[in-house]
Ligand binder design. Structure first.
Ligand code: ZN
Length: 289
């Protein structure tokens, strides 16, 4: 008996599916009480099933980060039996010790989004939950160990600022984020991490660094037609392709590590005080009525 894990990622999932790098079943979008979820791909393995979800869609059909139906996405994955989520998203380096192509296993975040519904419980007190630790410590450790074994350059902890997007940040905003303690800036992971807690799921996040957030001090001139308008150089692009190419292997190694390591966190009890105080039914589907 293995573990059931989900990986919420970007359009790399579609690219790898189309290139034959993922074999499994395309389940499509799932119906939920919060509307349809993003598409889901099921990849079975000996260690456990993995559900892959490209959160933004692909090409021109890609949704802006604040328009993703995060509640439907998390509900659908929980409904399919996922116990833990490994989230994957791109970001920009805010501090100078992080380079393009590095991976940061987040251990904290600053939420600067303002257009996204962040709770399943807008009409009840159930969303009053602690946010320390923000990410599942056990899943984070497993991810860090896997990245180390795979010899991928990574930071085993880091603070992300999550901004609304879809635009990139202005130099003054990046300087402000740096002063707040952010090491990377991204549009991903919020509110997924908060919603996962409300559904008692483990959640860890890998931010892969695709550019240097522009503070105005290390200016790369605008280059029409180039990747991120010239923010990312061709050699950065090669390094990124290698990292994205490793994603499937990272996910399957993390699934194996989690299956072997057993459960050593409290994520499946985040709602226990609510369950006792408000006599919530055992079936989580009924918490939203
Ligand atoms: Zn956990």
């Amino acid at each position: 008996m293995g573990t059931t894990m989900a990986c919420i990622a970007g359009e790399e999932v579609y690219r790898q599916w189309e290139a034959g790098g993922i074999s499994g079943q395309r389940l499509g979008a799932q119906k939920t009480p919060f509307g349809p979820s993003a598409e889901i791909f099921l990849v079975p393995s000996a260690q456990g099933d993995v559900y892959l979800m490209p959160r933004y869609g692909m090409d021109l059909a890609k949704t802006a980060p604040h328009r993703v139906n995060y509640r439907a996405n998390l509900y659908a994955l929980k409904d399919l039996g996922a116990e833990s989520i490994l989230a994957w998203g791109s970001g920009g380096a805010v501090t100078h010790n992080i380079a393009v192509g590095d991976l940061v296993v987040l251990d904290d975040l600053i939420d600067q989004t303002y257009l996204r519904p962040k709770t399943f419980f807008e009409d009840s007190p159930l969303g009053f939950l602690r946010q320390f630790p923000v990410f599942c410590p056990a899943l984070r450790r497993a991810v860090g160990a896997v990245l180390g074994e795979m010899k991928l350059v990574h930071q085993a902890g880091g603070t992300a600022a999550v901004t609304e997007g879809p635009r990139l940040e202005t130099p003054a905003e990046v300087r402000q984020l740096a002063s707040l303690g952010a090491e990377v800036v991204t549009h991903s992971f919020v509110p997924e991490v908060f919603l996962a807690k409300e559904l008692q799921m483990c959640y860890a996040a890998i931010c892969y660094v695709v550019n240097y957030a522009e503070t105005g001090s290390r200016h790369r001139p605008f280059s029409p037609g180039a990747l991120f308008g010239g923010l990312t150089t061709p050699s950065d692009g090669e390094r990124l392709a290698g990292v994205v190419g490793a994603m499937s292997q990272i996910v399957s190694n993390v699934v194996a590590a989690v299956a072997a390591g057993g459960k050593s966190c409290e994520c499946d009890k985040t709602m226990s005080a609510n369950i006792r105080q408000y006599r919530l039914p055992a079936d989580w589907h009924k918490w939203f009525a």
